[in-house]
Design a binder for this molecule. Structure first.
Ligand code: 1GP
Length: 246
């Protein structure tokens, strides 16, 4: 079964899906495997792996280790084409819809498509929408694109609709890693009303309560990265809050 289908099945049966984000940067070298071990026994549904930069040459080795240890799907959440390798079960094939930088709208995708094809990786078409989370995010800086202001709800909705009409299978509402403000429940509600493909929400989700409210508003997949780097044990509480049908 495809990774996308397995996530959809979980959304259907458990109400929503919980995914952790691991940044395989050298700073996290020591903690990566503990994070995977904890995820294996904490009702986490998948691991997204990615980061804005690779700061050394051991990235591929770390991804291999993550894949070997993980009992759940390992999906690339790409910061760039150089992060693709054979160890992933799937790749979020993202277009940064909120930006107007052609390189991240279609340039990276053209470069990466033949490699993904050659590796026979599952590509999950994903519309990526960056929303202003209270600080300049790594995505904003690295992509040279401006986020949509949090109060411009109609603009976010229009981008999400455009993504759906372009054939995206998922819409990712991103406030940026470590965001001061997560994506508002108002935005999630309005996007949920407008589109019928699953909504991923991430960035600045620091508590199970925020995760639960985001799911109640219409999020189908919740991503946490920064908070679980600080405390692996909170994965169980996040999973409980997100899997509301259990
Ligand atoms: C970033 O949405 C993810 O791309 C996760 O954000 O690190 O703030 O959990 P956090």
């Amino acid at each position: 079964m495809s990774v996308l289908q397995s996530l959809k099945n979980i959304i259907e049966s458990r109400g929503a899906s919980y995914v952790i984000l691991i940044d395989p940067d050298k700073n996290n070298q020591k903690s990566i495997l503990s994070q995977v071990e904890t995820a294996n026994c904490s009702n986490v549904d998948a691991i997204f792996v990615g980061g804005s930069l690779m700061m050394d040459m051991n990235y591929n080795d770390r991804v291999e280790q993550i894949k070997k240890l993980s009992n759940i799907p390992v999906v690339l959440f790409p910061g760039g084409v150089n992060q693709i390798n054979k160890y992933f079960d799937a790749v979020l094939f993202m277009s940064l819809l909120s930006g107007r930088n052609p390189h991240y709208l279609i340039g990276e995708q053209v470069v990466s498509a033949p490699i993904i094809n050659d590796l026979k990786l599952e590509a999950i078409p994903t519309g990526y929408i960056l929303i202003e989370g209270g600080d300049i995010s790594s995505v904003e800086f690295m992509s040279g694109t401006r986020p949509i202001p949090m109060d411009k709800v109609d603009i976010v909705v229009a981008h999400a609709l455009a993504g759906q009409f372009l054939g995206m299978k998922l819409i990712y509402l991103e406030a940026g890693s470590g965001a001061k403000k997560p994506v508002s429940t108002n935005i999630i509600k309005q996007v949920k009303t407008a589109i019928d493909i699953p909504i991923i929400v991430g960035g600045g989700i620091k508590s199970p309560e925020i995760a639960e409210k985001s799911v109640q508003a219409g999020a189908s997949i919740i991503i946490t990265g920064t908070i679980i780097e600080q405390d692996y044990n909170c994965m169980v509480e996040f999973a409980d809050a997100i899997h509301w049908k259990d």
